[in-house]
Each structure stands twice: as C-alpha cells, then as structure tokens.
Design a protein around this ligand. Structure first.
Ligand code: HEM
Length: 184
C-alpha cells in the first residue's frame, strides 16, 4: 500500500491553471508562474569588462499566498557557449493585499536579501529592506530588481546593486522567454 508519508501530497504548480488553485493574493503575479530562460548582460564598476550570461528562472506555488523563486545563471563566452556557473539563488515572494510583495532571497555567496515592493500591471519592482551577509561574503548594501512582463512570454529583468563601496549601480539586464508552463 502507498505510504502517504513517502509521497508529497502538495506538489508545486508551475502555472495558473489546474491544481492547486492559486491563492487569490497571487493574482498580480500569475503571469510569472513557470520557467523562463534567456540571455543577459552585466557589469559593475569593479570589473574590467562587461559579461554576457544565460539564466533560468522558475516561479511556482503550492496554493498558499507566496511564490517559490529559483534562478541559476551561467556565464557565456564570446561565441555564446557556457563558460562557467555564475549566480544561483532561491527564495520566497510573499504576497500581501494591494499587490504588496515581501521577498526573501538567499545566495550561496553568503548573501541573504529581504526586499519589499509592488506587483502592478505585470511588473514587479523590489528594493532592499535588509541585507544580511555571512562573515566571508562580499559587502552588499542594497539592490533593486525590476521584473516586467513585456508580453505573456517575455520577462525583462533589470538588477541594480550597491556593493563593495559603490552606490546603487546597474549590475544585470536580461530578457527571458517562457520555457514551459510545467516542469518536465
Ligand atoms: C544573473 C545573475 C548574476 C550574474 C550572472 C552575476 C555575475 C557576476 C560576475 C561575472 C561578477 C564578477 C566576479 C565573478 O567573475 O564572479 C559578479 C560580481 C558580483 N556580483 Fe554578481 N551576478 C549575478 C547576480 C548577483 C546578485 C543577485 C548579487 C547580489 C545581490 C550579486 C552581487 C555581486 C557582487 C557583490 C559582486 C562582486 C563585485 C566585486 O567585488 O567586484 N550578483 N557578478
């Protein structure tokens, strides 16, 4: 007999349709659900050169009023081929009434960000509420992340960063395309 303790009874959904039904507070974020892939460019005043990268981003939900967020990036060489793994992060976007968002995002580089902002008309604008870093992590003071649905299948992303003594400056711009409504 199937042991209910060995099978997760509440799997995540990667789209707005089907089970579980999204919580009503997720309404402003429904267009983000699913997986996205694409390319971006980045730079920072401390770097000699800008870089190009690819990224996969996934948003899912389990019927409660928060999204699970996961992103993996890898650098690309001049030919567009994978060079090495880059930033990786995951977290939670907690939805509040009137489209308010509270996000918690952690990175293996020792950085934990808490951001607040709004989801409005297919765009989410998040700014730093608090950053905590481990003893050996780079000094990160603040960031601003803007995610915009240019259309149903296109997600634009811009990330500004205040770190290692620099004020809030551009770090990343990417354009992602919808990869799938559900995980294979
Ligand atoms: C798509 C995601 C990202 C990519 C592709 C990326 C890429 C890079 C690259 C290539 C560097 C230069 C150092 C190195 O080669 O590793 C760098 C530096 C850095 N990044 Fe990012 N990054 C991403 C996201 C983030 C995020 C989310 C944060 C923090 C909130 C962050 C904070 C930093 C910091 C603090 C530095 C060090 C600057 C310095 O000391 O020169 N990055 N990033």
């Amino acid at each position: 007999m199937l042991d209910p303790a060995n099978t997760l009874p509440y799997p995540d959904a990667f789209g707005p349709d089907g089970a579980p039904a999204p919580h009503p507070l997720l309404e402003p974020l429904l267009g983000f659900l699913g997986s996205w892939t694409g390319r971006g460019r980045g730079g920072y005043p401390t770097l000699d050169e800008d870089f190009t990268y690819a990224q996969e981003v996934t948003f899912s939900h389990d019927g409660r009023p928060f999204l699970h967020y996961e992103a993996r990036a890898w650098l690309l060489d001049a030919e567009g081929l994978p060079l090495r793994p880059a930033a990786r992060e995951s977290g939670w976007w907690r939805m509040q009434p009137e489209g308010r968002v509270e996000a918690l995002i952690t990175q293996p580089t020792g950085i934990a960000e808490i951001l607040t902002g709004r989801a409005d008309g297919g765009a989410v604008d998040l700014t730093t509420h608090q950053v905590a870093v481990t003893p050996t992590a780079k000094d990160v003071e603040a960031s601003r992340r803007r995610y915009t649905l240019a259309d149903d299948d296109t997600l634009d992303f811009v990330h500004d960063l205040a770190a290692v003594g620099h004020r809030l400056r551009h770090h990343l711009t990417a354009q992602l395309r919808r990869a799938a409504r559900s995980r294979p």
